[in-house]
Design a protein around this ligand. Structure first.
Ligand code: PLP
Length: 379
């Protein structure tokens, strides 16, 4: 008997099996990860500074849950707000040197809501081809018309801008690119935005708290510019969950009126901004970043000659090429006690399957040395 096609059991049956993703039943402990019965050194986490386990951050969250409860109960506009949200928004705006800040449930929600709010049907949007999926989907969800330029090719972008005039235009780019670990030239992008009268949106989810002057991210030198909107997240170096948008007072006020993913979504638990205020205090001290930089430098020094994409960030991509070879490489590392995920198309372009290594301040010198030795042994 054949199954009907409008049936949940066969709805997705055309997905090729080799592309199937699976949830990994895992548990993280410090910079280790437990997968089934295996305890592995974790080179897959975006917890670049080890803050997700920081005792002060955890205490702040627990104290807040004790006095505020867990869930926030409603959208911030209808009773889910709390002083901690505002305290964190001013602390982030001050630290990052912008006029105003708005917290959002997650980076995905921030980008979906931000671009939808910014772009109407008269708006043209110019995006880097390797932008994060949340930016890609934000553009799709908006009424704006989309143009994509080849990754980091600002000549091509300038040509597109010259060719497609419009009253409202927005340039959108990742800061640190999440799969390649390379960086946008944000000064050059701002120059183009000024020259062509555009807004500029930079999503620096991976740069925030890790790189740049005082670890304020890639945009530190252009922060507060009236054309610039910066997005950051708590899920990476902050060791938490959630996101924030930084911009002028007027832009942030406009988002509070329009941004559907903030208006129609439950506020994050109050414990999160409470904990992130403490995380920010730790981030400002800068000692964890020093350790992270040492680990990045050690990794680079020990991997010369390997097919790594050029990156000075905690994200290091070792390009293997074929999907199957990449899976085999990841399995070999796993057998040696290390978890490094294989990243395959469609997350990355065809033929560029890779091991995506993320380095953290909580890795020891021995962890890095063990990894680089194993990577050299893969060839
Ligand atoms: C992780 C990431 C996001 C999504 O943030 P979440 O808070 O995990 O939803 C958005 N943009 C970039 C560039 C990211 O790396």
């Amino acid at each position: 008997m054949s199954l009907p096609s409008h049936d949940s059991r066969v709805w997705f049956s055309s997905t090729p099996t080799h592309r199937k993703r699976s949830l990994l039943h895992s548990q993280q402990q410090g910079c280790h990860i437990q997968l089934g019965t295996q305890q592995l050194i974790n080179f897959s986490s975006n917890d670049y500074l080890g803050l997700r386990n920081h005792p002060k951050v955890i205490t702040a969250a627990m104290q807040s849950i004790k006095s505020n409860g867990l869930g926030s109960g409603a959208s911030r506009l209808i009773g889910g707000d709390a002083p901690e949200f505002h305290q964190l928004e001013s602390a982030l705006a001050d630290w990052k040197a912008y006029e105003a800040c708005l917290l959002v449930g997650s980076g995905m929600l921030a980008n979906l809501g931000l671009i939808q709010a910014l772009a109407d049907r008269h708006t043209l949007i110019f995006s880097d081809k390797l932008n994060h999926a949340s930016l890609v989907d934000g553009v799709r969800l908006s009424a704006g018309k989309s143009y994509r330029f080849p990754h980091g090719d600002y000549h091509a972008l300038a040509e597109q801008l010259a060719k497609h005039p419009a009253e409202k235009r927005i340039i959108i780019s990742d800061g640190v690119f999440s799969m390649d670990g390379d960086c946008a030239n944000v000064e050059q992008l701002l120059g183009l935005a000024e020259q062509h009268d555009c807004l500029l949106v930079i999503d620096d989810a991976h740069g925030t708290a890790c790189i740049g002057p005082q670890n304020r991210g890639l945009c530190a030198n252009i922060a507060g510019h009236p054309r610039l909107i910066e997005v950051g997240t708590f899920g990476k170096a902050f060791g938490g969950y959630g996101a924030f948008i930084l911009a002028s007072n007027e832009l942030i006020e406009g988002l509070k009126q329009r941004m559907r993913t903030m208006i129609y979504s439950t506020a994050m638990p109050v414990a999160m901004p409470a904990a992130m205020l403490t995380a920010l205090e730790c981030i400002k001290k800068g000692d964890m970043q020093q350790k992270l930089q040492q680990n990045i430098a050690l990794f680079q020094q020990q991997t010369t000659g390997l097919n790594l994409l050029k990156s000075d960030t905690p994200i290091q991509a070792l390009i293997i090429g074929q999907d199957s070879d990449t899976l085999i490489a990841a399995e070999k590392l796993r057998q040696q006690g290390m978890f490094v995920p294989a990243i395959r198309p469609p997350t990355v372009p065809e033929g560029t399957a890779r091991l995506r290594i993320t380095l953290s301040a909580c890795h020891s010198t021995q962890h890095i040395e063990k990894l680089t030795k194993a990577l050299k042994g893969l060839a």
